[in-house]
Design a protein around this ligand. Sequence first.
Ligand code: ZN
Length: 413
Amino acid sequence: MSLSKCSAVSVWLVLLPLLLVIVPRYTRIEAEATVTEEAPVEFPPPFEFADGVFEPNATLSTTLASYDVSPEISFAVARAIEPVFDLRSFRPDHEFQVVREQDGRLVAFEYAVDDERVLRVVGESDGFHARVDDLPLETHLETVSAGVKDSLWGALADAPRGDSLVMVLADIFDAQVDFYRDIRSGDEIRFVIEKKYYHDRFVKYGTVHAAEFVNQGKSLQAYRFQDEYYDENGMSTRRSFLPAPLEFTRISSGFSNARLHPILNTVRAHKGVDFAAPTGTDVRAAADGTVTFAGTNGGFGKMVSIRHPRDSRGETIATDYAHLSRISVRSGQRVRQGDKIGEVGMTGTATGPHLHYQMSVNGQIIDPRSRRADPPEPIDRALRDEYMASIVGMHDVLEGLAVPYDNSGRVAE
Ligand SMILES: [Zn+2]
């Protein structure tokens, strides 16, 4: 996959002039992303620098002792650190740097708390001072593309923090795609996304500026505009009901992967849709509404029912969520779409952990998947022209992003 830093940068170099010319608002984003780096603490020679990584079971004092720092100095350093960083939080394999004068006296100690923060301890005339600094991250707008062979996780496995990209994708398209059941081999993923670096090291993803998900041959696009996403025609990516009213997480992958293959159909006495998912997976309200039932209901086990406001077709819709291990709402409570209402379980008549989800329209229970989705909302008329003009460049970038396959289904180099 062309996601190594080098090729990512070259993609960026190719894209940059294009984006700057066609989409002026991205120049602004680049400018915002330029972080003023704090003046680094300078230690002119003759100071000695030593780099190391925390050993398993090491403490601050054992670590400093191996650099001939006396217990008294070590204690003073620890006292300085205590107010800003938990001394029990030093982790194996995290890097540190010790700065000493040539006579061995400790001048400074730095420790990489995580990818984004550094603990700095500096000796001054009045003793040691410690602080935790955010590393100044540099933001680049880059592209990521991948093809699905076995699963979303597999498709993005070669991308740095590929699992977080799966969640980003699900966040953008979860109103239009059932990520538990509808992912197929041949699906395609494209992002124009901010990537944040500390010097040359990738740290994390930022805002997604544009995304495309080709699911079962159908292209879904999303462009960010004023903190919302709309498609290439200016229609909102939101829908009144979520197709899969449960959290899609890494631990679900084993369950969801199974959905790439035909599943056994069992004859059921009830209508609805079953989502196999690990016990404890968050169950979310499919749409805004009011909880009308939260308790135990025979074979359904622990169950939540929600009544939704009358829709544009004048239909009264209710949804039920059964076999929960936990319920986190009470009857009468108002919920918004996506709010957690409970957790997946296997209470009642269930042979394994799953969510049974059903919908009733005017009192008739139906399979939620059989109901035609409500039409999406268009962008505000007053914003439409500005929006359509703003996505032209991004649209071209997405169109030009190849998703080649090798036989693993991953994007080939
Ligand atoms: Zn069921």
